[in-house]
Design a binder for this molecule. Structure first.
Ligand SMILES: NC(=O)c1ccc[n+]([C@@H]2O[C@H](COP(=O)([O-])OP(=O)(O)OC[C@H]3O[C@@H](n4cnc5c(N)ncnc54)[C@H](O)[C@@H]3O)[C@@H](O)[C@H]2O)c1
Length: 344
């Protein structure tokens, strides 16, 4: 099978290497808007190249989109029109309207599309999901989730990112739905600027938090920052009447204990999402290859992407309004409000 990849930046170069290592994939073909970028990467690793997206679409069996979020919608329209199974990095699109339009487009087509929420393929998050579903935790009352990046992305990334809730916390919003099987009813979001000026200049924050209420009354706290010098710290705790399960609590935990005589965690820490989630990215793209081969259906649909985006949108609105926002206020299709949102 030949897989085309559009956008050879940070995550694109990483996914190209992962794809090339999959048994199902015979060739990876790259293209990028910057002249020479795809060719340079391809020459180093033995990938193919195409001069532009149109040419690429004529040469491959499936497409991976790893371009900036601002370009996802236009590229998805192109790959769906070409009838090619597509993997698109999160978030689905830059705006809510585009995300809704893409749900309509994909659901009215027969083209399978998978959105890139790799935590769904992480062993720890899957065990947490199993613990909730088996009843081992009793009734679940509280979740705590965080995504604390060790260092900010390049300044040029921020204006195309959609902001911290839509770009970063969206991973937590998706995995909370995946682990609990519940929908979010309301949010209260806050943010702060403690680091570089380019966040403020771009209308964004570098640190944020939100309190979510799920549709079974479970209380969830979520936090994110671009400045976690201790390491890349991604965790989830799920607390219930009969037990608690934690994801991300191994010796790589990016926390130093303040207690006497405690040598946990022993380190070394993880320093990036690529290091933290490498096995999950591999499983995620392996499933995409199976999707291209017609062996499975999408494990993370565009509608799942929209649902996570709606939560992020509500948090951003709440931060700006300094007030709680009900998800019912955030549309989930072109004609109605979110009250009838479907579950994962
Ligand atoms: N799932 C994850 O953990 C994860 C991690 C990082 C980034 N992402 C997502 O991946 C996407 C890319 O992020 P990144 O950090 O790799 O960005 P990046 O800026 O490093 O790379 C983007 C690449 O796309 C190219 N490009 C831009 N417009 C293009 C177009 N129209 N056609 C072809 N190529 C084009 C650029 O030249 C660049 O090489 C974003 O949507 C981001 O949210 C996901």
């Amino acid at each position: 099978m030949r897989i085309g990849l559009v956008g050879t930046g940070r995550i694109g170069a990483f996914h190209a290497s992962t794809l090339a290592g999959l048994d199902q994939v015979d060739e990876v073909v790259l293209t990028d808007a910057v002249p020479g970028a795809a060719e340079t990467l391809a020459a180093e690793h033995g990938y193919g190249t195409a001069p532009d997206v149109d040419t690429l679409l004529g040469q491959v069996d499936g497409v991976v989109i790893t371009t900036p979020t601002t370009t996802h919608a236009a590229l998805l329209r192109q790959t769906v029109a070409a009838g090619l199974p597509t993997f698109c990095e999160k978030p689905v699109a830059m705006t809510l309207d585009e995300s809704i339009e893409l749900v309509d487009l994909v659901e009215s087509s027969t083209v399978p599309v998978q959105i890139g929420f790799q935590r769904r393929f992480d062993t720890g998050y899957r065990r947490a999901r199993d613990a909730v579903r088996s009843g081992d935790l009793g009734f679940v009352h509280t979740l705590r989730a965080n995504t604390h990046d060790q260092a900010p992305p390049p300044a040029a990334y921020i204006p195309t990112s959609g902001g911290l809730f839509r770009d970063c916390s969206i991973h937590d919003f998706d995995i909370i739905r995946f682990v609990t099987g519940r929908e979010v009813l309301s949010v209260y979001g806050v943010g702060a600027n403690k680091g570089d000026d380019f966040f403020t200049e771009g209308g964004d924050v570098d640190t944020c938090a939100a309190v979510l209420t799920l549709d079974d009354d479970t209380v969830v706290t979520v936090s994110a920052t671009r400045y976690n010098g201790a390491g890349h710290d991604v965790r989830l705790e799920v607390m219930g009447s009969a037990g608690t399960v934690g994801v991300g609590f191994d010796d790589s935990l990016a926390v130093r204990s303040a207690e006497d005589g405690v040598d946990y965690p022993r380190g070394p820490q993880k320093w990036s999402f690529m290091e933290r989630f490498q096995p999950a990215y591999r499983r995620e793209l392996g499933v995409f290859a199976d999707l291209v081969a017609g062996r499975v259906s999408s494990p993370c649909t565009v509608r799942d992407g929209l649902q996570a985006f709606r939560i992020a949108e509500a948090c951003e609105l709440s931060r700006r309004r300094r007030a709680r926002v009900d998800l019912a206020e955030i549309p989930d299709d072109s004609g109605t409000t979110g009250a009838g949102a479907r579950s994962a």
